[in-house]
Design a protein around this ligand. Structure first.
Ligand code: PXG
Length: 441
């Protein structure tokens, strides 16, 4: 059947791009047309080294055969099955595999389609959990300044990024925020910084202000990725856990970025040895290939809902695509790839090399801080006076021209390469960045 409308292939107008400077992009577009392992191919045939694993999601690299084949096979065998009141084996198998790699105590998986939906789901479960246990006054949610929890209303409410919030009205009521953990004393610290565990004590102030009996949950990224790699000071997450536990408040770790090997273990909860009540995940769950997220909960959180008549739905929440067969097949193949190739261990092994390479940029023009953990790194630049974000954005454009993909947020350059990166590729990525920074204004 002929389409009655055939847009010219070079018409970029219709697609309103997300989190993009649309007008700048459409004047000089940057298009990827293919990818393999550590590299993208641009429309003009250049190879670009992926320093960001797409958007922190392609942890196994690109177009990996197990994942591609699993998707093809599943699409031909069972494309879709209703997600409510019906099941299919692939979603159950993936849930079991997720529990196998989760911290001990995590027992159940609730599927979503993105990190944002995982966050909304976890916040709703937290409030409903307290109500199910007869504590319906616990409805407040506590996030953190500079936190990123996706872009839906719950997520931007608990999140702490001003531009993601201020255009969108009054947001959720009953939300408060902890202070962020990015303090000047920790500049150029390697790995987990020494100073700032006491910032968690602010939760006691918030509890005293509102009353513990009004607070449902605290949500934090164990390591804040999006706002420029803000690390938890030593002892900070342990304190948050102790205070939340003391006051009967659920602790949610948003592991959308830290999950699936970024820090050298399956989840940050294991890396830091702190067990939250729920973990929100997405991205690396399917290697970014098919949209899928999951909230992983302890037995206690889940079991609080399992009462009432057995024919009744226990949680009035879910998505048409929760546990979609093709996404679930991609998830299984992704976890299998991580396992067969030992990618989480590989990230841990490479972390010291990554740390040294990154910190070799200390002293480079305009570099005011460097932060790292696992296979994550950030290089913070002095902003151009009166033109915040411009210097980092120029670095991004120049690095792309020189064949390396980096990300920027404000004047911070963030990098999170696929866990398959080689030492030579680390040298190339950091070498390109050094060249770029040396030549930038
Ligand atoms: N929580 C966290 C901690 C995230 O990092 C989300 C939730 C939302 O996920 P979805 O799948 O709804 O986008 C995220 C997403 C960047 C960048 O460059 C980070 C994210 C997404 C896109 C870009 O920092 N994080």
């Amino acid at each position: 059947m002929a389409l009655d409308r055939k847009p010219a292939p070079n018409d970029l107008n219709a697609f309103w791009m997300p989190f993009t400077a649309n007008r700048q992009f459409k004047q000089s577009p940057r298009m990827f047309v293919a990818a393999k392992d550590m590299h993208y191919t641009t429309a003009d045939g250049r190879q670009v080294l992926d320093g960001t694993a797409g958007l922190w999601c392609c942890n196994a690299g690109h177009c990996r055969p197990l994942i591609t084949e699993a998707i093809q096979k599943q699409a031909a065998e069972l494309d879709y099955a209703p997600a409510f009141q019906m099941g299919h084996p692939v979603a159950f198998e993936l849930a079991n595999r997720l529990i196998d790699i989760s911290p001990k105590g995590m027992e159940h998986v609730f599927y979503t389609n993105s990190g944002s939906e995982s966050v909304e789901t976890a916040l709703k479960i937290a409030i409903a959990y307290h109500r199910a246990r007869g504590e319906g006054t616990r409805t407040r949610l506590i996030g953190r300044e500079r936190g990123y929890h996706g872009v839906n209303f719950g997520g931007i409410s608990v999140g702490g990024i001003v531009n993601n919030r201020k255009f969108f009205g009054t947001l959720l009521a009953g939300v408060d925020h902890l202070p962020h953990t990015h303090i000047p004393q920790n500049a150029f610290a390697k790995g987990q910084p020494e100073h700032g565990a006491n910032l968690a004590d602010d939760l006691e102030r918030i509890v005293a202000l509102h009353g513990a009996e009004t607070i449902a949950a605290v949500i934090v990224e164990p390591m804040a990725g999006s706002t420029g790699v803000l690390l938890p000071p030593k002892g900070y997450l342990e304190k948050l856990r102790a205070i939340t536990k003391k006051h009967g408040i659920l602790l949610i770790f948003d592991e959308v970025i830290t999950g699936f090997g970024r820090l050298g273990s399956a989840f940050a909860a294991q890396h830091f040895d702190v067990l939250p009540d729920m973990m929100t995940t997405a991205k690396g769950l399917t290697n970014g290939v098919i949209p899928m997220g999951a909230v992983i909960t302890t037995g206690a959180v889940h079991d609080a809902f399992m009462n009432g008549p057995e024919h009744m739905i226990e949680l009035f929440h879910g998505y048409t695509y929760s546990g979609n067969p093709i996404a679930a097949a991609a998830g299984i193949a992704t976890l299998e790839t991580y396992k067969q190739e030992g990618l989480f261990e590989r990230a841990a092994e490479l972390a010291p090399y990554w740390e040294n390479a990154l910190h070799s940029l200390k002293g480079t023009k305009n570099v005011i801080d460097i932060r790292n953990m696992g296979l994550i790194g950030a290089v913070e630049l002095e902003p151009i006076a009166g033109q915040p974000t411009k210097r980092a954005f120029s670095a991004f454009l120049n690095a792309y021209e020189k064949g390396s993909l980096i990300r920027t947020t404000g004047d911070i350059i963030a990098m999170s390469p696929p866990l398959i990166i080689s030492k030579a590729e680390i040298d190339r990525l950091i070498g390109t960045l050094k060249e770029v920074l040396d030549t930038l204004e």
